[in-house]
Design a protein around this ligand. Structure first.
Ligand code: TXA
Ligand code: MG
Length: 350
């Protein structure tokens, strides 16, 4: 398949003409990759079963892992799901923005889009290009992250090009995604209780302002037990894992740097390192490759960089990758959730 790439910096007249062409591709059942404020999405008409099927093929995604439908006005959720007051409160507080809600689906959402589940995931992105594209298409756009299944979600156009050239009709290059981790996913129960299925920029603490009854699904922080059923099918798949084993280190920097120094004597080691610790690690382990990971407190910057670093590390064929263990509060929980998977749950405490 021939993939056209269009670059968009702002929403001028030429851009809108290009987006009209992209919208036409969607309406005709084709595939368009577009930027969002979280990660790039691989979009198709969410009401068209055969278009949804094409998404699974292009990604190599198992067909039991449902898609998110993207709308451009929070009210549109009422067309496709049975919303309630909790939805209205979430929409008012956080939409458009990096949050996805899972609710009971109406019959007009094809089972291909929701992988035969009784529920569907809905998200109203704040990214201007995404929003305009959905408006012009006139249909909800089903879109998973635009990576090949198993690799980190793409946060730059170059990541999309690496994974999706020849697999989609069009790639809209809108520059780097602002946040860099996928949206918060929350299930809204019929009684208004919330279950966090995937942490993101909208935090548990933020959701706590909507209702006191916010549960965190076990799979957000812990490995699934043998035979355990998951609330969100995506949580059971291997994710974000680079080729080299990743270890999360928890402890004082002096102990961490001694440990890395030893490992770096015999292995090609990469370290994700908070800015304050860079000099220390460099002095102890001069042969280690260092990815500067921003200030310890700057979790938004870490979120922005994480997937790009993991993709880069894959190209450099390290033997081992070390990273700091994130905290489980605030945006830290989103980092923890992605990094613990990248590390296949390996934490070294010292
Ligand atoms: O930020 C994002 O959410 C990005 C951008 C493109 O919007 N999209 C994204 O989609 O991350 P995807 O498909 O890579 O991840 C969606 C996750 C999957 O783990 C899937 O299992 C889960 O949402 N999901 C979708 N529908 C669901 C449902 N009805 N019930 C529970 N989980 C659902
Ligand atoms: Mg994904």
């Amino acid at each position: 398949m021939n993939t056209e790439i269009i670059k968009i910096a702002s929403l001028d007249e030429e851009t809108v003409r290009n987006l009209e062409r992209a919208a036409k591709i969607i309406k005709e059942g084709g595939l368009v990759v577009f930027p969002t404020e979280t990660v790039y999405g691989l979009g198709a008409d969410g009401t068209n079963a055969s278009a949804a099927k094409k998404i699974y093929e292009a990604k190599g995604r198992p067909s039991d892992n449902p898609l998110i439908i993207h709308i451009n006005s929070p009210d549109d959720a009422k067309r496709y799901t049975y919303t309630n007051e909790t939805y209205d409160a979430i929409a008012k507080a956080f939409m458009p923005g990096p949050i996805t809600v899972v609710m009971r689906a109406k019959d007009n959402v094809p089972s291909e889009t929701r992988a035969s589940l009784p529920t569907v995931a809905v998200r109203c992105p704040s990214n201007k290009i995404a929003n305009k594209l959905i408006e012009l298409a006139g249909v909800p756009i089903a879109a998973p992250s635009a990576n090949l299944s198993g690799s980190p979600s793409p946060t730059k156009a170059s990541h999309v090009i690496d994974d999706m050239m020849g697999r989609v009709d069009m790639i809209i290059d809108g520059g780097d995604c602002e946040f860099g981790l996928e949206s918060t996913i929350v299930k809204i129960e019929d009684n208004g209780d919330l279950t966090l299925l995937r942490p993101g920029k909208i935090t548990v603490e933020d959701l706590g302002k909507i209702t006191k009854n916010v549960k965190i699904a076990d799979a957000v922080t812990d490995k699934l037990k043998e035979g355990e059923t998951v609330l969100s099918p995506g949580m059971k798949y291997r994710h974000y894992a680079p080729k080299a084993p990743v270890y999360l280190l928890d402890g004082e920097i002096s102990k961490i740097s001694d440990y890395i120094a030893k490992r770096a004597e015999s292995s090609h080691v990469a370290v994700l390192c908070y800015t304050d610790d860079v000099e220390h690690i460099k002095a102890c382990a001069p042969s280690a490759f260092i990815y500067e990971f921003g200030d310890k407190e700057n979790e938004l910057l870490q979120a922005h960089m994480l997937f790009d670093i993991l993709r880069d590390a894959d190209k450099k064929s390290f033997d081992e990758i070390y990273a700091p263990l994130p905290r489980k509060e605030g945006v830290g929980l989103a980092l923890y959730n992605r990094m613990i998977r990248a590390a296949a749950y390996h934490i070294i405490r010292m």
